[in-house]
Design a protein around this ligand. Structure first.
Ligand code: ADP
Length: 480
């Protein structure tokens, strides 16, 4: 499966689990809200029921008090109840709404109350009319416990009404607690699953990418160091494509470098053979001139002699150029590295090249494990240039070294004629000389050799110089 698809699957799973978690919590909050709403409504219903029952009982007490005492003051509470009770019934009906069973009980309470009202109204009327009519009622109704029965029925109905309401409240409370418990469990499960999926997919993706990316980094480092290795990646995703691109790049580079080495060797061989073969005809020309001068000395005009004298100059320069080319071509020879005391090496070179009138300052140089001939050649060429291009009484040559974590930085500095900035690159090309063409000593090969050695070692060289202010050649070198 593609890496991007795997990441997408993991994220989708995490998102789905989070959505499920949020949905559960949302549903729970809705349930809590509904239950809380129900409980609040139920509390109101019970309160109204109690209020109604209380008002009815107060009416009954007032009614009884009046009958016993014939004192009208008792009827105040009765009349008050007459006003309040119907209002309370209406309120209760609105609260109950579509609840048919409670509505039925409430309707029967209302009916009983209406019957009692009629009964009480007649008795009050009889009481007002005098003892005769009251006695008739007393005998017909009160003694037969008509009022008491109605009151008992009302009380029973209220008790039933309240019991049902309490039962429902209990049921809703339990339901609320259960749903809370369930939601907590589900929420915990979803959260745990989200964490498990999140952490494990992160680890999995890290595991399948980090290891492979680091092996690709190692491959890239190897390629940059000239080691054209390859990596094996059997998965079938984007990183596999990258790995195979790196592998084919490494393979191609290996092939090209190999071909380049062959071409280079051929070219060097060609340069060597050509320059070597060129030496013989030059020597021949030189000999012919010598013979002409020796054998025909008397017959040569002064002008011809002058012209003939130029030829050896030119052939010598040509020979110097060919020798330079030969040196350059010979550079390919590889010798095994050895332990070298750079201090001794540089002192030996300087002793043979630097004239006595030069002031030579050599700092403490390190021990190296490297190819002696190459390092020797670099120092020899740089020091001999410093000598060649410093024409002053107070000539100074300084050779220093700085140590870095895994390489050394050497510098050869003089206070000679310096080099104009526009030639800082050109001087490293073969046969590029800033001196007169006919100057015997100047062939433009020395720095080309230095550059070739430095490049072959994958080191770096720069020149810091200004005309008239001396030159400093800085190059890096590391142990083989
Ligand atoms: P050559 O010295 O034979 O001309 P090089 O390749 O050694 O050849 O140097 C190329 C050119 O770089 C020289 O001709 C010279 O002009 C310039 N050069 C090299 N080293 C120095 C130096 N230390 N000071 C000034 N010029 C230099």
């Amino acid at each position: 499966m593609k890496l991007s698809t795997q990441i997408l699957v993991a994220f989708t799973l995490i998102i789905l689990l989070s959505v499920a978690d949020s949905y559960t919590n949302y549903m729970m909050s809705k349930k809590v809200q509904l239950n809380s709403h129900f409980l609040a409504r139920s509390e109101e219903i019970i309160r109204t029921s109690n209020k109604t029952h209380k008002a009815i009982i107060e009416m009954q007490s007032a009614f009884r008090g009046y009958l016993l005492t014939d004192d009208h003051i008792f009827l105040d509470a009765y009349f008050k109840g007459l006003k309040i009770v119907p209002v309370l019934f209406t309120e209760q009906k609105i609260r109950i709404g579509n609840d048919n069973s409670q509505r039925k009980i409430l309707d029967s309470i209302e009916t009983f109350h209406a019957i009692w009202l009629k009964y009480s109204k007649d008795l009050i009327q009889a009481r007002k009319e005098g003892p005769d009519s009251f006695d008739i009622f007393f005998e017909n109704s009160m003694k037969k416990h008509v009022g008491k029965k109605i009151n008992d029925d009302i009380t029973k109905k209220f008790t039933r009404f309240d019991r049902i309401e309490y039962k429902r409240r209990r049921h809703h409370s339990e339901e609320l607690l259960t749903s809370l418990r369930h939601t907590r469990t589900f929420s915990l499960i979803f959260l745990t699953l989200t964490i498990i999926v999140g952490v494990s997919s992160t680890f999995y993706i890290m595991q399948i990418t980090t290891k492979r990316i680091s092996s690709m980094v190692i491959l890239a480092e190897n390629i940059s160091k000239g080691k054209f290795t390859s990596i094996t990646d059997t998965r079938n995703d984007e990183l596999t494509a990258l790995a195979s691109s790196l592998n084919s790049m490494s393979e191609k580079l290996d092939k090209n470098i190999h071909e380049l080495k062959i071409r280079n060797a051929e070219l060097n061989k060609f340069a060597y053979v050509v320059s070597h073969d060129l030496k013989a005809p030059i020597r021949g020309i030189h000999n012919v001139i010598t013979w002409i001068e020796e054998d025909l000395d008397g017959e040569l005009s002064a002008e011809l002699k002058r012209y003939l004298a130029i030829i050896p100059q030119k052939t010598r320069r040509m020979e110097a150029l060919i020798n330079g080319l030969l040196d350059y071509a010979r550079l390919n020879i590889k010798v095994p590295p050895e332990n070298i005391n750079t201090n001794n090496l540089v002192h030996e070179i300087a002793d043979s090249i630097v004239p006595r009138n030069f002031k030579l300052e050599i700092s403490n140089l390190p021990e190296l494990f490297t190819e002696r001939i190459k390092l020797e050649q670099v120092f020899a060429n740089l020091i001999s240039n410093a000598v060649k291009y410093t024409h002053r009484e107070d000539a100074v040559i300084e050779i220093n070294c700085r140590k870095y974590s895994d390489f050394y930085e050497f510098s050869v500095k003089d206070n000679g004629i310096g080099i104009a900035i526009e030639y800082h690159q050109k001087i490293f090309e073969i046969f590029q000389t800033l001196r007169e063409q006919n100057e015997q000593e100047s062939t433009g090969v020395g720095l080309a050799i230095v550059k070739k050695i430095i490049d072959d070692q994958q080191e770096h060289i720069i020149v810091i110089s200004k005309v008239g202010l001396g030159s400093e050649f800085i190059f890096t070198w590391r142990n083989s």
